[in-house]
Design a protein around this ligand. Sequence first.
Ligand code: ZN
Length: 488
Amino acid sequence: MDKNIVVFNTLTRKKEKFEPLNSAFVGMYVCGPTVYGDPHLGHARPAITFDLIFRYLKHVGYKVRYVRNITDVGHLENDADEGEDKIEKKARLEQLEPMEVAQYYLDRYHKFMDRLNVLRPSIEPRASGHIIEQVEMVKKIIKSGYAYEVNGSIYFDVEKYNKKNNYGKLSGRVLEDLLANTRDLEGQDEKKNPFDFALWKKASPEHIMHWSSPWSEGFPGWHLECSAMSTKYLGEYFDIHGGGMDLLFPHHECEIAQSVAANGKEPVKYWLHNNMITINGQKMGKSLGNFITLEEFFTGNHKSLSQAFSPMTIRFFILQAHYRSTVDFSNEALQAAEKGLKKLMQGIVTLNKIKPSANSDVNIIKLQHDCYDAMNDDFNSPIVISNLFEAVRIINSANDGKEKLTIKDIESLKKLFNDFAYDILGLRDDSLYSGNNSIDGLMELILSLRKNAKENKDFSTSDKIRDELLKIGITLKDTKDGAVWKVE
Ligand code: ZN
């Protein structure tokens, strides 16, 4: 397949032809969730954006190693250096092990991402499982002279780094300006410079999560885990690094500085950033009262929501905007997306009923080309969706007898929907997941097959059925009267 992809590289601020370092393989790293709170819209957008890119790269024939980390060593307030660790705070309040808190929210994250039909990455490394790699990286940075120790904590020396390198090249910020605009931090700050960031922090006595290092019992700085784990799984220089625009500075800027200091080279060829989400034109925030979790969207259980919105409505709505544009959520916009998605899915059903003609007056191949052109142009999903709506218009018109479709046209349309609606955009018919009666019969059949398997002591099949159903959000519970099921 023609791999003619152009991507907007945040580093160079322009569109560039996508040429991976190895022509058949793409290494992609995306900053993943901090597992201390329930998944919300802010999690959905980057997950769906890089899922679209992951799906498309695979569709055109690349082998992709997609690495998305899990931040579970604590994520401190106030730029990762100061404040209280949120996982620990929760653990203390609820008398749990910190890893119990992290596991609970990680499971919740997976469950909701599965419902949004976000594919699991190839590797999901946990920061807590890579302390050794992080300590090794700090040692390298100290050796190169770009870090200093104060009372058992290690800080990155941004000013020194900036003398030979450009701290700010990704975000376009200039260190001198940043310094001029910063008031002196009061108190006993250990850092030489307010923009220095922690590579390793000595743990205070009340800190529950800490590990040994040559400098102190402590824990790694937040920026470090991404540099250490991307290097481990993708190498010192890899193709794509993604994340939300909110991570551009300081997080990604610091990742570049760490890699240059430790490995002597920049880590990433293409930096990709998705834009942010607003709700009724406002930034989403707990203090603004417009903070809506995915569960609240799916159940409609939030004062700002007029109804429940299905996972596919959320996914479709996010994909209706280009990933570099902002997305504004409102009840009206979501209702429109729900209607649009229904129309698209209905078009696919209607397609199966159309009687072919001997000749036709439509050009389906052009629609297919236009969809590929759109995806090749920096993953332009809204243009793909508008082409799919044009396909639906043709289908409805043919169904009304106004336009004609040959057997070949119908096959091409089926392929168009299979490739673009299902495989690349990752849409699916949500009615199956929203308590619609049409799955009752299907579930009855599946449960009777599972019952047979159990009676034949074929437990691997019966377990597989249970596990596969769980993956699509259907849980089974075995009772003495047989299994009962429920859509989560
Ligand atoms: Zn990161």
